[in-house]
Write a protein that binds this ligand. Structure first.
Ligand SMILES: *[C@@H]1O[C@H](CO)[C@@H](O)[C@H](O)[C@H]1NC(C)=O
Length: 477
């Protein structure tokens, strides 16, 4: 018994380390827009964020109440200067110092400010005076942060809309509109020299609106679709998010900035719209955000940036009821301002997160080790006559495996075991992770052979693919 206790404790410690490792590898933030008169209190918002696996929050300003409420939560905070402050920040280094002291230094280090965005979508504003002052304003903010010895901790950037791209299809041909050339070059040289990210707002939703065909919807929602082939790179893109992010990658590379990191400052899908706003529904919003989160958690990255998830800020935390325009503008909220419940469930709740599931899995396994007579609840009383597992066919492309993985994990199955630290993380290959997820999807959707199709890339097998430590559930065929 003592030996069991000891190994149980040891196991627990080892597993907690793994859990922390897994946790630090999540890349999910959320946008907190405040164009509303019905927002919850800052402390309620801080509690809400802590109950989720959201790691970072982006503000469009620097509201002291929310920055203070997030103190000692570990949640990263992105703040922004107003577009209207750009001329003064550009012309007066002391104004920049005062701004940094009041909005960053005053809260450091208890509130974890990680990025200052100077203005929002300035280049697209068409205001040439403002555009010409953007880079000097960023430089003055950067100098003020350096003076305060925060230059390494707090980066400086600005946010762009996708309309900055002149061309985005196919992704390899992505280029920025040359009319922004010189301004953009200056900003990118700043990003490159200071190690700050290039922040941009890809919205597959708008791509679908301009091309509302069912196959475009499936492509935008990470659902099963034939993909879009990029003849230059021979990559078959399986979802619009990857295609848009890789178009930005290509545009940055074409200007020589291969090392500048991309951050998705906003992406989302409205759950409600006017009758002429195609595609805005709870079902689609849930599919987009849920499948996007699963895609990010899979750590697949994009075809041009594999193996690492793009830092992504979901739009948005709450609806903004005072925003003008069509209904969709006021209908992006993931949580309801009135009672902080989920508008729809995309698996952000901590009790539902892969990390939490891993913790429960570990606690259960420890309990089983330490309790001498606990019968295993999952062992069936009689052996099924014949077992079958759903596995990928041989020769399936990585893009298709990734699409199947994203799809399966987006359907509410527990993909925690294939997260870093999970029992089935090793072997850490796309094929193995896809096989795990596809099989689990098949087993949990009634073992109907049609659930083991995945666009004809999967088949039933009687060979148990389980490995040491990783058990693939199997049922009778
Ligand atoms: C980016 O920064 C690196 C390191 O500071 C530098 O060597 C390189 O020339 C820069 N690239 C561009 C295109 O400015």
């Amino acid at each position: 018994m003592a030996a069991f206790r000891f190994s149980g404790t040891f196991l627990l410690l080892a597993l907690l380390l793994l859990v922390n490792k897994a946790k630090s590898q999540l890349f999910i933030g959320v946008n907190y827009g405040q164009v509303a008169d019905n927002l919850p209190s800052p402390s309620s918002t801080a509690k809400l964020l802590q109950s989720t696996s959201i790691q970072k929050v982006r503000l469009y300003g620097s509201d002291p109440a929310i920055i203070k409420a997030l103190a000692n939560t570990g949640i990263g905070i992105v703040i922004a200067t107003a577009n209207g402050d750009i001329p003064a920040l550009a012309s007066d280094p002391n104004f920049a110092k005062t701004w940094v002291n009041a909005n960053v230094v005053a809260y450091n280090p208890s509130s974890k400010i990680i990025l200052v965005n100077v203005g929002n979508e300035v280049i697209m504003s068409g205001d040439n005076n403002l555009i010409s002052q953007l880079l000097p304003a960023m430089q003055n903010i950067k100098n003020a942060l350096d003076t305060a010895c925060l230059g390494d901790k707090v980066k400086v950037s600005t946010v762009h809309s996708m309309t900055l791209l002149k061309q985005s299809e196919p992704p390899s041909s992505g280029i920025f509109d040359p009319s922004y050339g010189d301004v953009l070059k200056g900003l990118l040289a700043f990003n490159n020299a200071t190690g700050s990210p290039f922040a941009i707002n890809p919205y597959p939703y708008f791509a679908y609106r301009s091309d509302p065909r069912p196959e475009t919807l499936a492509f935008c929602l990470f659902q099963q679709n034939p993909g879009r082939f990029d003849a230059n790179t021979k990559i078959n893109y399986m979802n619009m998010f990857d295609a848009q992010v890789d178009a930005v990658r290509s545009a940055l590379d074409a200007m020589g900035f291969k090392n500048v990191e991309i951050v998705v400052a906003e992406t989302g899908w409205p759950y409600k719209g006017d009758s002429d706003e195609v595609g805005a529904s709870i079902e689609n919003a849930k599919a987009y955000n849920g499948n996007l989160i699963a895609h990010l958690r899979s750590m697949a990255g994009t075809p041009l940036m594999p193996g690492k998830s793009v830092n992504t800020y979901l739009f948005a935390l709450y609806d903004e009821n005072l925003k003008p325009g069509p209904t969709t503008e006021r209908s992006f909220g993931l949580f309801k301002s009135e009672d902080l419940t989920m508008t729809y469930d995309v698996g952000l709740s901590k009790s539902n997160s892969p990390v939490r599931k891993l913790q429960l899995l570990l606690i259960n396994s420890i309990n089983q080790h330490t309790s001498p007579v606990s019968p295993s609840p999952v062992t069936p009383s009689t052996e099924p006559k014949k077992s079958a597992w759903c596995v990928p066919k041989t020769g399936v492309s990585d893009a298709q495996l990734q699409a199947s993985l994203d799809y399966a994990c987006g359907q509410g199955i527990d993909c925690g075991p294939i997260q870093p630290g999970g029992a089935c993380f090793e072997p850490n290959t796309l094929a193995a992770h896809a096989a795990y997820a596809m099989n689990l999807y098949y087993q949990t959707s009634g073992q109907n052979p049609s659930s083991c199709d995945f666009s004809q890339t999967a088949m039933l097998s009687s060979n148990n693919p389980s490995t040491n430590g990783c058990s693939f559930p199997g049922g009778s065929s």
